[in-house]
Design a protein around this ligand. Structure first.
Ligand SMILES: C[C@@H](N)C(=O)N[C@H](C)C(=O)O
Ligand SMILES: [Zn+2]
Length: 235
């Protein structure tokens, strides 16, 4: 359980709709589809209606500052089966990086690897009270692309299992490159928050609107609020 799982979900029934991809840059091929994640008939490029509206708004704010830049969509809707697939895939990746063999793992090593995986991945829970954020259609993983179509360097790739994923990892560095990374992360955060999103405190790329994490972060930022989540799990 994470603290945000205490937030009640009052499902509003809003539709999951296709993201108008022609308005955005898009990571292609889709990073999890190319790994064989089991989307079935579903597409990752769907979000709840208000979440799409806010994403368009975020890009409009970006255009006021930098007319030719774009928000690049890395991932959006993620069925629980895909969440499970990605969690298992990441577990395997850590084993490989550490040059271990799954059959030989001690219980402590296994536990340590799961802790590393769940630092950035949500548990693929089927409990309706604790849905993975992306399975609600409220969460989106994004980055920035400049006017010449180059993906901005944020100082770490999306989904890296390391402290570099923390949004403020480069905040106090005196290195000019690191300051650039932080400036890019702040720009992305500023336009997304202005459009109503909240950012995951552990990941510079993960934003959501209307889910439990969003309500919890909004309530933390303003203790006078007692927001509930408007989106629960879809599948
Ligand atoms: C790992 C990253 N892509 C992500 O989406 N993390 C959040 C917490 C999630 O799994 O919902
Ligand atoms: Zn995410």
């Amino acid at each position: 359980m994470r603290p945000y799982h205490q937030i009640p979900i009052v499902e509003c029934g809003e539709l999951l709709i296709e993201i108008p991809l022609k308005l955005f840059a898009v990571e292609s091929p889709h990073p999890y589809e190319k790994l064989g994640a089991p989307y079935g008939e579903r597409s990752p490029y769907y979000l709840r209606q208000s979440v799409v509206d806010n994403l368009v708004q975020a890009q409009n704010y970006l255009h006021l500052l930098l007319p030719n830049w774009q928000i690049q969509i890395f991932d959006a809707y993620r069925p629980v089966a895909v969440q499970q697939f990605m969690v298992d895939y990441s577990f395997g990746e850590v084993i490989e990086q550490r040059k271990l063999t799954e059959a030989d793992l001690s219980p402590e090593q296994r536990q340590d690897i799961w802790e590393a995986v769940y630092e950035i991945w949500a548990v693929p829970s089927l409990d309706e009270q604790t849905p993975p954020p992306h399975s609600t259609g409220a969460a989106v993983d994004v980055t920035l692309v400049n006017g010449t179509g180059q993906i901005m360097n944020m100082g770490s790739p999306i989904d890296e299992l390391s402290e570099r994923s923390h949004p403020d990892y480069y905040a106090n560095s005196s290195h000019p490159e690191a300051q650039q990374y932080h400036a890019h992360r702040q720009l992305l955060r500023d336009v997304m928050l202005k459009a109503g999103f909240q950012r995951n405190p552990r990941e510079w790329w993960h934003f959501s609107y209307g889910d439990q994490m969003w309500a919890w972060l909004s309530n933390q930022a303003n203790p006078a609020n007692s927001l509930t989540a408007r989106y629960g799990r879809l599948a």
